[in-house]
Design a protein around this ligand. Structure first.
Ligand SMILES: C[S@@+](CC[C@H](N)C(=O)[O-])C[C@H]1O[C@@H](n2cnc3c(N)ncnc32)[C@H](O)[C@@H]1O
Length: 284
């Protein structure tokens, strides 16, 4: 098991992941025993060590797919903090985690371990549910929403690998459609996690970051009751820190208790690869 965390520069905690190198539009990453060579538009520099790229287990080529040895399983598991998660070589080139979220997983694990208040958490665009897992503490109520039914099934699989109870509501819906439904039902939330894509389809609607961000904030304001924390990540070219902050100032609970930071991965050669930005607010 690898214990050397390279995501976000946070202490030497358990995470079976390393960014080995990046460059020429690609990144070389180690997820447990698998070394993957995948596209990475942000990797505009030259690789630090071209030799290390020969160690790869599998390569993803857009519109072609995965190039893998015949006997390689397309599924495997890795550890993140105190959790176990299932990774898969999916047709999109994704594997089931976005390692740059590691700082938020630590934040959620820490918050869930120390908060004695019951939180009602809405995890939107929740993908395979890693943030959901780190929000569980036996007290919190969690609603996990994603527009893709296969992501929902994958998240349920990850959840079952870690917990016996059925304490999470898994919802396959378009995010804005679901929030509108919750508003009509009079539901309230005290914790919010959003990691939206630029564009994406749910079963009953479509999300566009540019078009719908304002609406997402408006709905958050209406659904918030005794808000405790709020996390919003973005990987958009269009939304820089300054623009993100001006949107976040529209949150009714906005105050000085926030941070805006880069979602960076740090390679084995100590080079940073930026994978987005994050706004995080906590009530105290
Ligand atoms: C960037 S991923 C989220 C990563 C996740 N937070 C993590 O840390 O592992 C974006 C997710 O948004 C979902 N999505 C796309 N369009 C959506 C929509 N209209 N409503 C709800 N979810 C949507 C996708 O299925 C995908 O799982």
């Amino acid at each position: 098991m690898l214990t050397n965390n390279t995501a976000g520069g946070v202490g030497p905690l358990n995470f079976d992941y390393k960014l080995l190198d990046f460059g020429n539009g690609r990144k070389l990453e180690q997820f447990g025993s698998y070394i993957l060579d995948r596209p990475s538009p942000a990797s505009t520099t030259k690789p630090s060590n071209p030799e290390i790229w020969h160690t790869k287990t599998a390569t993803f080529i857009p519109e072609v797919g995965w190039d893998i040895p015949e006997n390689l399983y397309k599924e495997w598991t890795i550890s993140i903090l105190d959790a176990v998660v299932r990774l898969k070589l999916s047709v999109s080139g994704q594997v089931g985690i976005f390692p740059e979220q590691y700082q938020n997983w630590i934040f959620l694990r820490d918050l869930s371990d120390h908060c004695t208040k019951e939180l009602n958490i809405l995890n939107g665009f929740a993908y395979t549910g890693i943030s959901t897992i780190f929000s569980v503490n036996g007290l919190n109520r969690i609603t996990h929403v994603d527009g893709s039914s296969s992501a929902i099934n994958w998240a349920k699989e990850n959840y079952k690998m870690n917990f016996n109870s059925s304490g999470v509501r898994f919802i396959n819906d378009d995010m804005i459609t679901f929030m509108n439904k919750e508003l009509k039902r009079g539901k309230k939330y005290s914790g919010f996690i959003f990691d939206p894509p630029e564009f994406g389809r749910g079963p009953n609607g479509e999300w566009s970051l540019k078009k719908d961000l304002e609406k997402l904030i408006e709905l958050t304001n209406q659904l918030a009751y005794e808000p405790y924390f709020f996390i919003f990540s973005t990987h958009s070219q269009w939304l820089g820190k300054k623009e993100l902050l001006s949107f976040m100032k529209k949150l009714k609970f906005f105050n000085k208790n926030y941070e805006i930071f880069d979602l960076d991965l740090v390679s084995e050669y100590n080079k940073k690869l930026n994978m987005g930005i994050c706004f995080r607010w906590i009530s105290h």
